[in-house]
Design a protein around this ligand. Structure first.
Ligand SMILES: NC(=O)C1=CN([C@@H]2O[C@H](COP(=O)(O)OP(=O)(O)OC[C@H]3O[C@@H](n4cnc5c(N)ncnc54)[C@H](OP(=O)(O)O)[C@@H]3O)[C@@H](O)[C@H]2O)C=CC1
Ligand SMILES: CC(=O)N[C@@H](CCC(=O)OP(=O)(O)O)C(=O)O
Length: 312
């Protein structure tokens, strides 16, 4: 029998993307709720309980409601794309390349929290260096990032695309999260294995999809005063054999004139770079990903496949 998949929130930005990614799959049965009943708890409970895997593409409160509708003794397995459960101890963190054994943890789990888009880039850069003993857990980490505006869901898409909307945004680029209390900070700290909260400064550009995440470092403040090559080698070792995450060769990276945040759009891939000058004492680590790909729907489908035993 084909596994039954229900996408709660299938008419939103992430839900639609997952539906598109699953459209050609004849190994799955997709349960689809009528659009007019999408917020009816009774109908949602029925679909949630009838599914083998429920993928929640909802605001945090509605995700918590879906989990409550299922109840504790449910056998439906859940992938939640919201922020609600990303640091919850009883949920597996859905970043398969996070650390050795994480893909197996996801494969066995009933409850999987899909990572946020920015944390995928930040943790993807930070975690291997902490695990390698290069980045001290108490290092004062900064994360600077730019996202395409689909990262803000249907509401921000309307604000950016409809100049007549009362809350229209006209800026070509803007900073936000100015209080340094963005909802992704706890997730970056927990899964980055950091003892201090990172300073996270996100921004949005007038492009729909794509993302750059930067983590600048002073090499002299790292353990053992590593070279750029040492940082690169640690990342390369961590991601050896991981098809989804590519560590770009150092020489290739620094020869590039610029980095395009849209480069990996519509893929489930992430590229990591180490930038800096030999002897300069500083590094800038950069991740490129699609906020809707490895940052959301691509990771959700990757996790679903792991849970169904459909990929390594
Ligand atoms: N966009 C992105 O890049 C990323 C998003 N995420 C997360 O994914 C989740 C979904 O985000 P996104 O797709 O962008 O958001 P959207 O606003 O585009 O979509 C959310 C969908 O959920 C529906 N919804 C809202 N409340 C309920 C409810 N009580 N019951 C059922 N359905 C409900 C909305 O209905 P309606 O159609 O009426 O608005 C909408 O269709 C969020 O938690 C977000 O934080 C995670 C990573 C990246
Ligand atoms: C551009 C933009 O607004 N981005 C969103 C984050 C998108 C994301 O990763 O979603 P989660 O809410 O699931 O964590 C924000 O900053 O709130």
């Amino acid at each position: 029998m084909k596994p039954k998949i229900f996408i709660d929130g299938e008419h939103g930005t992430t839900g639609l993307q997952i539906r598109t990614r699953l459209a050609g799959r004849d190994d799955l049965e997709i349960l689809s709720i009528p659009v007019e009943r999408r917020k009816d708890p009774e109908a949602r409970a029925e679909f949630l309980k009838a599914s083998d895997v429920a993928i929640l593409c909802l605001p945090d409160a509605a995700s918590k409601e879906a989990v409550a509708l299922l109840g504790d003794d449910s056998t439906t397995r859940v992938i939640d794309t919201s922020t609600a459960f990303r640091t919850a101890p009883d949920w597996a963190y859905g970043f398969a390349e996070l650390t050795k054994g994480q893909a197996e943890t996801i494969a066995q789990a009933r409850l999987v929290a899909n990572p946020g888009c920015y944390p995928t880039g930040a943790i993807g850069l930070i975690r291997p260096l902490v695990e390698a003993g290069i980045l001290p857990a108490d290092y004062p980490v900064s994360v600077n990032a730019v996202s395409g505006y689909t990262g803000g869901g249907k509401q921000m898409i309307a604000q950016m695309e409809n100049p007549d909307a009362p809350d229209a945004i006209t800026a070509p680029y803007f900073l936000y999260g100015l209080t340094l209390a963005h909802k992704h900070v706890p997730e970056m700290q927990t899964h980055g294995l950091l003892t201090r909260k990172p300073i996270f400064s996100p921004s949005v550009g007038r492009f729909a999809q794509g993302m750059l995440v930067q983590v600048p470092l002073f090499l002299g403040d790292l353990n053992g005063n590593p070279s750029l090559a040492d940082l690169h080698a640690a990342l390369e070792k961590h991601y050896a054999g991981a098809g989804v995450v590519e560590v770009v060769p150092y020489e290739t990276g620094i020869a590039l004139p610029r980095i395009d945040p849209t480069e990996l759009n519509d893929t489930n891939r992430m590229k990591l770079f180490v930038f800096g000058s030999e002897g300069g004492g500083q590094a800038n680590l950069v991740a490129v990903l699609d906020n809707l790909g490895k940052g959301a729907s691509g990771a959700a489908v990757q996790n679903m496949d792991l849970m169904l035993g459909k990929s390594a």
